[in-house]
Design a protein around this ligand. Structure first.
Ligand SMILES: [Cu+2]
Length: 159
Protein backbone atom coordinates (compact mmCIF):
# COMPACT_ATOMS: atom_id res chain seq x y z
CA UNK A 1 0.00 0.00 0.00
CA UNK A 2 2.75 2.35 0.99
CA UNK A 3 4.70 1.62 -2.20
CA UNK A 4 1.68 2.32 -4.37
CA UNK A 5 1.01 5.59 -2.55
CA UNK A 6 4.54 6.82 -3.09
CA UNK A 7 4.48 5.76 -6.74
CA UNK A 8 1.28 7.73 -7.24
CA UNK A 9 2.82 10.67 -5.45
CA UNK A 10 5.91 10.52 -7.66
CA UNK A 11 3.76 10.33 -10.78
CA UNK A 12 1.72 13.30 -9.60
CA UNK A 13 4.83 15.35 -9.02
CA UNK A 14 6.13 14.57 -12.47
CA UNK A 15 2.80 15.53 -14.04
CA UNK A 16 2.61 18.80 -12.16
CA UNK A 17 6.14 19.70 -13.24
CA UNK A 18 5.24 19.11 -16.87
CA UNK A 19 2.11 21.21 -16.49
CA UNK A 20 3.75 24.29 -14.98
CA UNK A 21 7.24 24.52 -16.43
CA UNK A 22 9.06 23.78 -19.62
CA UNK A 23 12.67 23.91 -20.64
CA UNK A 24 14.95 23.48 -23.61
CA UNK A 25 18.52 22.60 -24.17
CA UNK A 26 21.05 23.78 -26.76
CA UNK A 27 24.27 21.91 -26.00
CA UNK A 28 25.32 23.19 -22.59
CA UNK A 29 22.79 26.03 -22.53
CA UNK A 30 19.48 25.51 -20.77
CA UNK A 31 16.54 27.77 -21.50
CA UNK A 32 13.85 27.55 -18.82
CA UNK A 33 10.23 28.50 -18.73
CA UNK A 34 9.87 31.25 -21.32
CA UNK A 35 6.79 33.33 -20.56
CA UNK A 36 5.24 36.61 -21.64
CA UNK A 37 2.85 38.82 -19.74
CA UNK A 38 -0.58 39.39 -21.31
CA UNK A 39 -1.01 42.31 -23.73
CA UNK A 40 -4.62 43.27 -24.50
CA UNK A 41 -5.68 44.64 -27.91
CA UNK A 42 -4.26 48.13 -28.48
CA UNK A 43 -1.10 47.55 -26.46
CA UNK A 44 1.70 47.98 -29.02
CA UNK A 45 4.51 46.00 -27.40
CA UNK A 46 4.82 42.92 -25.23
CA UNK A 47 7.48 41.65 -22.86
CA UNK A 48 8.84 38.13 -22.60
CA UNK A 49 11.09 36.56 -19.99
CA UNK A 50 13.37 33.57 -20.23
CA UNK A 51 15.92 32.08 -17.87
CA UNK A 52 19.17 31.03 -19.50
CA UNK A 53 21.68 28.84 -17.71
CA UNK A 54 25.15 28.07 -19.03
CA UNK A 55 26.39 24.80 -17.63
CA UNK A 56 29.60 24.48 -19.65
CA UNK A 57 32.91 26.34 -19.59
CA UNK A 58 32.22 28.87 -22.32
CA UNK A 59 30.05 31.96 -21.86
CA UNK A 60 26.90 32.23 -23.96
CA UNK A 61 25.97 35.37 -25.85
CA UNK A 62 22.39 35.98 -26.86
CA UNK A 63 22.61 38.01 -30.06
CA UNK A 64 19.16 37.84 -31.61
CA UNK A 65 15.55 36.81 -31.20
CA UNK A 66 12.46 36.70 -33.38
CA UNK A 67 8.87 35.58 -33.11
CA UNK A 68 5.77 35.48 -35.31
CA UNK A 69 4.00 37.30 -32.45
CA UNK A 70 5.69 40.64 -33.19
CA UNK A 71 7.48 42.49 -35.98
CA UNK A 72 10.79 42.43 -34.15
CA UNK A 73 12.19 41.34 -30.80
CA UNK A 74 14.64 43.58 -28.91
CA UNK A 75 16.68 43.04 -25.79
CA UNK A 76 15.96 45.59 -23.10
CA UNK A 77 17.43 46.34 -19.72
CA UNK A 78 15.19 48.10 -17.24
CA UNK A 79 16.65 49.92 -14.29
CA UNK A 80 16.04 52.74 -11.86
CA UNK A 81 17.68 55.99 -12.85
CA UNK A 82 17.19 58.83 -10.35
CA UNK A 83 13.92 57.30 -9.21
CA UNK A 84 12.63 56.80 -12.74
CA UNK A 85 12.30 53.40 -14.41
CA UNK A 86 14.10 53.43 -17.72
CA UNK A 87 14.28 50.85 -20.47
CA UNK A 88 17.48 50.72 -22.42
CA UNK A 89 17.96 48.68 -25.55
CA UNK A 90 21.00 46.43 -25.59
CA UNK A 91 22.46 44.61 -28.58
CA UNK A 92 23.35 41.41 -26.78
CA UNK A 93 23.09 39.66 -23.46
CA UNK A 94 26.21 37.97 -22.13
CA UNK A 95 25.80 35.02 -19.80
CA UNK A 96 29.03 33.95 -18.09
CA UNK A 97 29.91 30.26 -17.94
CA UNK A 98 28.40 28.47 -14.99
CA UNK A 99 25.78 31.12 -14.29
CA UNK A 100 22.04 31.48 -14.64
CA UNK A 101 20.62 34.65 -16.16
CA UNK A 102 17.10 35.09 -14.90
CA UNK A 103 14.57 37.52 -16.33
CA UNK A 104 11.57 38.71 -14.33
CA UNK A 105 8.92 41.40 -14.76
CA UNK A 106 9.76 44.58 -12.86
CA UNK A 107 13.42 45.12 -13.68
CA UNK A 108 16.54 43.96 -15.47
CA UNK A 109 16.73 42.21 -18.79
CA UNK A 110 13.70 41.20 -20.82
CA UNK A 111 12.81 40.52 -24.41
CA UNK A 112 10.64 43.25 -25.89
CA UNK A 113 8.16 42.13 -28.52
CA UNK A 114 8.06 45.25 -30.68
CA UNK A 115 4.85 45.93 -32.60
CA UNK A 116 2.76 42.94 -31.67
CA UNK A 117 0.86 41.44 -34.57
CA UNK A 118 -1.69 39.91 -32.20
CA UNK A 119 -2.82 40.52 -28.61
CA UNK A 120 -1.24 38.18 -26.06
CA UNK A 121 -4.02 36.44 -24.18
CA UNK A 122 -3.39 34.58 -20.97
CA UNK A 123 -3.19 30.85 -21.60
CA UNK A 124 -1.97 31.19 -25.18
CA UNK A 125 1.44 30.05 -26.40
CA UNK A 126 3.64 31.24 -29.23
CA UNK A 127 7.05 30.33 -30.64
CA UNK A 128 10.20 32.37 -30.09
CA UNK A 129 13.57 31.73 -31.69
CA UNK A 130 16.68 32.65 -29.73
CA UNK A 131 20.00 33.08 -31.51
CA UNK A 132 23.26 32.57 -29.66
CA UNK A 133 26.70 33.52 -30.95
CA UNK A 134 28.55 30.39 -32.07
CA UNK A 135 25.95 28.02 -30.61
CA UNK A 136 23.22 28.74 -33.14
CA UNK A 137 19.48 28.95 -32.73
CA UNK A 138 16.86 27.33 -30.58
CA UNK A 139 13.09 27.63 -30.85
CA UNK A 140 11.13 27.74 -27.60
CA UNK A 141 7.46 28.02 -26.77
CA UNK A 142 6.45 31.09 -24.79
CA UNK A 143 3.52 30.80 -22.39
CA UNK A 144 1.37 33.86 -21.84
CA UNK A 145 0.97 34.15 -18.06
CA UNK A 146 0.46 36.80 -15.42
CA UNK A 147 3.69 38.24 -13.97
CA UNK A 148 3.34 36.46 -10.64
CA UNK A 149 2.33 33.13 -12.07
CA UNK A 150 5.08 33.13 -14.70
CA UNK A 151 7.75 34.23 -12.22
CA UNK A 152 6.68 31.55 -9.77
CA UNK A 153 6.77 28.82 -12.38
CA UNK A 154 10.18 29.94 -13.62
CA UNK A 155 11.61 30.02 -10.09
CA UNK A 156 10.15 26.61 -9.25
CA UNK A 157 11.84 25.20 -12.24
CA UNK A 158 15.30 25.62 -10.76
CA UNK A 159 14.61 23.65 -7.60
CU1 LIG B 1 11.36 46.81 -22.73
Amino acid sequence: MRVIASLLLAAGLVLSTVATAHDYRLDDVRVSHPFATPAPPGVPHGAAYVDIGVEGDEPAVLVGARSPASETVEFHDMSMDDGVMRMRRVERIDIPAGTLQTMRPGGGYHLMLMNLVTPLNEGERFPLTLEFAERGEIEVEVWVQGAREGSGDAADHHH
